[in-house]
Design a protein around this ligand. Structure first.
Ligand SMILES: NC(=O)c1ccc[n+]([C@@H]2O[C@H](COP(=O)([O-])OP(=O)(O)OC[C@H]3O[C@@H](n4cnc5c(N)ncnc54)[C@H](O)[C@@H]3O)[C@@H](O)[C@H]2O)c1
Length: 149
């Protein structure tokens, strides 16, 4: 695998687009469930280095051993990407310091009133806020209600 340059924040959307085109952008995914894990794996297969964050230690440990727990994601894909360093499962949010983008894929279960419970989004957003930096793109994949962002 080619050595990647030291991380420095992007200064413009154009620079981020160039990093994405060249696959030198470093990506982050928060929440490695049915949405986040396949997304992180597809990013890795496309050639990106992906910081894959979850609060579930057992899930992270499993991924580090090259094992998948999502039916559509083969063990072999996880194993190959983890071994090559393109998929880096972790519970440590500080890796967000060195990503250009982050996709938030945490759950939003429906409450008794049938509203999405956005508390998981709020928790993830607080972690992002600790490490957000110039040029970082934040994408909310979770399903909230209007005006959440
Ligand atoms: N599953 C789908 O087909 C689908 C499709 C479209 C949109 N969505 C939306 O995407 C979101 C995620 O859905 P899912 O099915 O992947 O959920 P999931 O329950 O399968 O996975 C969520 C993951 O997030 C982790 N998590 C919870 N809180 C966290 C936090 N604060 N920080 C880091 N990780 C955390 C959990 O440990 C779990 O691994 C939901 O809002 C859902 O409505 C899901």
């Amino acid at each position: 695998m080619p050595r990647r340059p030291r991380f420095s924040p992007t200064s413009s959307a154009g620079e981020l687009a160039t990093r994405i085109e060249r696959r030198t952008a470093r990506l982050g995914v928060i929440g490695l469930g049915y949405v986040g894990l396949p997304l992180a794996v597809e990013f890795g297969k496309a050639g990106f280095e992906v910081a894959a964050i979850d609060i579930d230690r057992a899930r992270v440990a499993r991924l580090r051993r090259g094992r998948s727990y999502v039916q559509d994601v083969p063990h072999a894909d996880v194993r190959t990407l983890v071994r090559s360093g393109r998929l880096r499962p972790t519970t440590d949010f500080s890796v967000l310091r060195k990503v250009d983008t982050v996709n938030i894929c945490v759950p939003t279960p429906l409450s008794k009133q049938r509203d999405p419970d956005v508390s998981y989004i709020v928790a993830a957003a607080k972690e992002v806020a600790r490490y957000v930096h110039r040029g970082m793109m934040v994408v909310l994949e979770s399903t909230p209600y209007p005006w959440t962002t």
